[in-house]
Design a protein around this ligand. Structure first.
Ligand SMILES: Cc1cc2nc3c(=O)[nH]c(=O)nc-3n(C[C@H](O)[C@H](O)[C@H](O)COP(=O)(O)OP(=O)(O)OC[C@H]3O[C@@H](n4cnc5c(N)ncnc54)[C@H](O)[C@@H]3O)c2cc1C
Length: 399
């Protein structure tokens, strides 16, 4: 048994690294266990909302991350046949945040910055090739079992943060349920260097294009566009050349160029809306995808995970330093679970319903509502507070 002072963190993705940095900067010793042999080059998320940037500023990484990304100051909603429906100016948030925009940059860029910061701290350690397979608890400690290059090892610490992603071994070991649903429809995610700007006038960096069958999302990050489509049922299991062909055909229906698009990446994802039945079991806590999964429409999954990690880091540091009792950990678990259920899952599910609405009348009603919202300064302001996740942060106590 390896005795480790402080907090064990399972998972060296963005959420685990954020939790670890938040704790370490508050003087708590941390050890991160990452299953892979190096940082995973993860391209999934590309959007960072204003409250996330404020939190990253407190951690000392916002400025550098912003310098690597694109500032999206407007969000557009379009209809595939009708064109522009509404545009929202995130500048309306200028009195609410120093960052009245969405930052578009790959999540890997943030993971690298967090890891660099963490590795500069004497009270933080990141152990790669350490896959946590089991968790057990005693009165005053928690024990993580990990598969490592040197065989199975056990580590005993004061608390454990499970930030090991959607398949979370920690969540399974703690026997915590993961309630919710899996969409029957899968999503096709693609990246291209194609210059959409040259073909679609007035395009912003963030565009949601609705259609009963062929909706898509166009998100720009440095050097590429990420295009997300619903996968047709008959295409859902496609791989290899068949998938290349499908992706090319979908692109041709966005803009028919007659020549193959430069597609750098394509994959079909299963999409879940799920939440852990509790975020705390004794000395073990869940954060990020281990605690909640949602569809990517609105870019809230990783952002919500970072909000978990920072909220938990502040609270757990107080408990570890003896400045607060363990009820503070219940406060984390309850408030962040409530936010995930009532804001993140609800809002992303609504986004899915809106963008894929098939009923003609309902589509028209939604689009009229969206136009009305965009045209009314007060409604537009309230709308951007919600989509930028400021509203969800204001619903929590903070630390
Ligand atoms: C197509 C797509 C687009 C998305 N776009 C956005 C977006 O724009 N904005 C947004 O906010 N979110 C977005 N998301 C969601 C976002 O990518 C996830 O919410 C985010 O990656 C979760 O971070 P995490 O650190 O909790 O988990 P992960 O990123 O999954 O990281 C978990 C880490 O734990 C490691 N690990 C796994 N098991 C173990 C184990 N047993 N022991 C030790 N280590 C382990 C993994 O190797 C990994 O490094 C998107 C998702 C998809 C699918």
């Amino acid at each position: 048994m390896n005795s480790v002072e402080g907090v064990l963190v399972a998972g060296g993705g963005v959420v685990g690294l954020t939790a670890a940095l938040s704790l370490a900067q508050r003087g708590v010793p941390v050890t991160v266990f990452e299953a892979e042999s190096e940082l995973v080059k993860e391209y999934r998320a590309s959007t960072f909302h204003p409250p996330t940037l404020e939190m990253l500023d407190d951690l000392g990484v916002a400025e550098e991350l912003i310098s690597k990304g694109l500032v999206a100051d407007r969000v557009q909603y379009r209809d595939r046949t009708e064109g522009m429906i509404a545009e929202f100016d995130l500048g309306l948030l200028k009195n609410d945040t120093p960052y009245p925009f969405r930052l578009q940059v790959e999540q890997y860029a943030l993971a690298l910055l967090l890891l660099e910061k963490l590795q500069q701290l004497p009270n933080a350690e990141v152990l790669f090739t350490h896959r946590v397979t089991d968790v057990s608890q005693e009165n005053d400690s928690v024990i993580a079992t990990a598969e490592t290059a040197h065989g199975v090892q056990q580590y005993q610490g004061s608390y454990l943060v499970g930030a090991d992603g959607g398949q979370s071994a920690v969540r399974h070991a703690l026997d915590i349920g993961f309630e919710g649903l899996t969409y029957p429809e899968r999503y096709l995610v693609t990246f291209t260097t194609f210059d959409f700007d040259a073909h679609m006038p007035d395009l912003t960096h963030v565009n949601y294009v609705s259609d009963p069958e062929e909706w898509f999302v166009l998100l720009r990050s440095p050097g590429l566009w990420r295009v997300l489509f619903p996968a047709r049922p008959e295409d859902a299991e496609a791989t290899g050349e068949a998938l290349d062909k499908i992706a090319q055909a979908r692109y041709q229906r966005v803009i028919a160029t007659g020549v193959p698009y430069p597609i750098l990446y394509r994959a079909i994802y299963t999409v879940h809306q799920r939440i852990a039945s509790t975020y705390r079991k004794g000395r073990a806590l869940l954060a990020g995808d281990a605690a909640h999964l949602n569809n990517p429409l609105g870019g809230m999954g990783l952002n919500g995970g970072i909000h978990d990690a920072v909220n938990l880091g502040g609270k757990l540091a107080k408990v570890w330093h003896g400045e607060a009792g363990e009820e503070m950990l219940d406060a984390y678990a309850e408030e962040r679970r409530k936010i995930a259920a009532e804001h993140v899952l609800a809002h992303t599910h609504q986004n899915h319903s809106n963008i894929s609405q098939t009923d003609r009348e309902s589509r028209k009603r939604q689009q009229d509502e969206m136009k009305k919202t965009a045209a009314d300064p007060e409604l537009a302001y309230r709308y951007v507070l919600r989509i930028s996740m400021i509203e969800s942060i204001r619903a929590t106590s903070g630390v």
